[in-house]
Design a protein around this ligand. Structure first.
Ligand SMILES: Cc1cc2nc3c(=O)[nH]c(=O)nc-3n(C[C@H](O)[C@H](O)[C@H](O)COP(=O)(O)OP(=O)(O)OC[C@H]3O[C@@H](n4cnc5c(N)ncnc54)[C@H](O)[C@@H]3O)c2cc1C
Length: 466
């Protein structure tokens, strides 16, 4: 930690980076490598932002925020490799659990069509997804507002589209579950164009994005995990950057004057040529800019809300569901948890179940005492995986919707009308102020990979401008 004197003396650098999440840290790495002097200001007392190892209470941690990495996520993969953080396969042997209308059933994950839930609505669903997949191909990655049908698609929610393109309650439930489990919003809250772009972005320069790559475990975004937890990546990167990263330094104002910018955080002021704001639009909206930002940017931040997400985990002596022939993955239409994964360590030396509490489910528990959250989480696990789930040795819980410096998660989600009118303001620099963060990425927007890509893009942008 910097000394008190260092914290009060004004600093000077070529570039100030606001935010030590993956996007800000990556930008810092590349700008330092380009020979620029950099100061990183981070509001929290730790690096990583939405990547966080939540304490289990016994000295170990489990992923409380971002967790998985999958194929075509090349930039986070390269960064992790550089940091010496290995990956291992997400546990995916056996059957998944489907819980709908009070009925629990099991389904295979390795069928001809992949993991298809046992619901009469799936035929209907597959037809709708086929149509959706065709539309995904028409979206220019990272510039959805340029799609030929952008206006039409941005004029409706995914809910509106899913109701006019399916008849069965099963297909509708599964499409809502798709929005909920990928974006942590209700389908009513998200623009169809945003969702299409999200799928278009689930790829790389050689492999166009697909809905399957977004939702799948095997072959998709949930395929692998990081040994030691995803937080190892930002922790090691921040350590490598050393004392240019200042913690407990929430930036309050950014003033642009003729010769440069002055960035003021609690206890520390930095003068620089350029500033990179590396966070979601909604959280960037808390910073006071002088002169005021152009209206398109000032209003974008009012139209890009974060999803509502939390993770609940329970620790058991063994991953007992594996012995029962289950992957530990489930989809549910009721209870506090609507999707689950096996979050056990690589050697399976103990069992850890993770449940997502998304959108309305987590809002119901707003302000609830810890004991009530625990009871609601264990009630879900028991319904899905049986009575053995009722008696964990430890539980832990991390909600994001009331985190001051995240405001929700996993990502900012555009409602109808936002992308077509304000989308370009996501990345367009405002004078000496540049923007990073996963929300600004073309490929894998919303993911760690998108955050890293955005840091790499902004570093080039700033280096060229200096
Ligand atoms: C529950 C959950 C599950 C997820 N699962 C996955 C997953 O499995 N795989 C995946 O790839 N991604 C996942 N994500 C998404 C992933 O976490 C993000 O895409 C990525 O971490 C975003 O990085 P970022 O740098 O863009 O933003 P952030 O991580 O939000 O970083 C922004 C940083 O800026 C700081 N900050 C904010 N305001 C200020 C200020 N005024 N002054 C100084 N500092 C400030 C914040 O504290 C933070 O450290 C998940 C996210 C959540 C919440």
């Amino acid at each position: 930690a910097p000394s008190a004197a260092a914290r009060t003396a004004p600093l000077t650098a070529d570039v100030v980076i606001v935010g030590a999440g993956l996007s800000g840290l990556t930008a810092a790495r590349d700008l330092v490598a380009a020979g620029r002097s950099v100061v990183v200001l981070e509001a929290r007392d730790r690096p990583g932002g939405r990547v966080y190892g939540m304490p289990l209470g016994d000295g170990t941690t489990n992923e409380g925020g971002a967790e998985f990495i999958g194929p075509t996520q090349d930039r986070i993969a390269a960064l992790a490799k550089d940091m010496g953080v290995d990956t291992y396969a997400t546990y995916n042997e056996g059957k998944n659990v489907y819980y709908r209308g009070g009925k629990r059933s099991l389904y295979a994950t390795d069928g001809l069509l992949g993991a298809v839930p046992p619901d009469w609505g799936v035929v209907d669903l597959e037809l709708a997804l086929l149509k959706l997949g065709g539309m995904v191909k028409e979206v220019p990655v990272g510039e959805p507002w340029k799609a030929a049908k952008a206006e039409e698609w941005d004029a409706q929610t995914f809910h509106t589209w899913s109701r006019s393109n399916s008849l069965s309650s099963g297909a509708r439930f599964l499409m809502d579950a798709f929005a909920s489990s990928t974006l942590s919003v209700r389908s009513q809250e998200v623009s169809l164009l945003y969702l299409l772009n999200y799928a278009a972005s689930a790829g790389n320069e050689a492999n166009p994005g697909t809905i399957d790559r977004l939702i799948n475990t095997r072959g998709g975004a949930q395929e692998s995990r990081f040994v030691g937890g995803s937080q190892e990546v930002p922790i090691r990167l921040a350590a490598r950057l050393g004392d240019i990263v200042h913690y407990n330094a929430p930036v309050r104002s950014i003033v642009t004057e003729a010769g440069g910018v002055t960035v003021t955080a609690d206890g520390i002021t930095v003068s620089a040529e350029r500033v990179v704001v590396a966070m979601s639009p909604a959280i960037a909206g808390k910073i006071d800019f002088s002169p005021a930002l152009p209206a398109s940017r000032a209003q974008l931040v009012q139209r890009y809300p974060m999803g509502s997400v939390a993770k609940f985990v329970a620790v058991y002596d063994t991953p007992f569901w594996r012995a029962d022939g289950l992957t530990g993955q489930a989809v549910a239409d009721s209870g506090a948890i609507d999707a689950t994964f096996d979050n056990s360590p690589p050697d399976g030396s103990r069992g850890i179940l993770m449940g997502f509490m998304n959108q309305a489910n987590i809002r119901k528990l707003d302000g609830a005492p810890a004991a009530d959250v625990r009871a609601a989480g264990l009630d879900s696990f028991t319904k899905l995986f049986g009575d053995k789930a009722a008696n964990p040795t430890l539980t832990a819980f991390q909600r994001w919707d009331n985190e001051t410096w995240s405001g929700g998660g996993p990502v900012g989600v555009a409602p109808p009308g936002a992308l077509t009118a304000f989308g370009p303001a996501l990345r367009e620099p405002c004078g000496r102020v540049h923007w990073a963060g996963t929300e600004t990425s073309g490929y894998w927007t919303g993911y760690m990979d998108g955050a890293v890509r955005s840091g790499e893009r902004v570093a080039k942008e700033v280096d060229a401008a200096l």
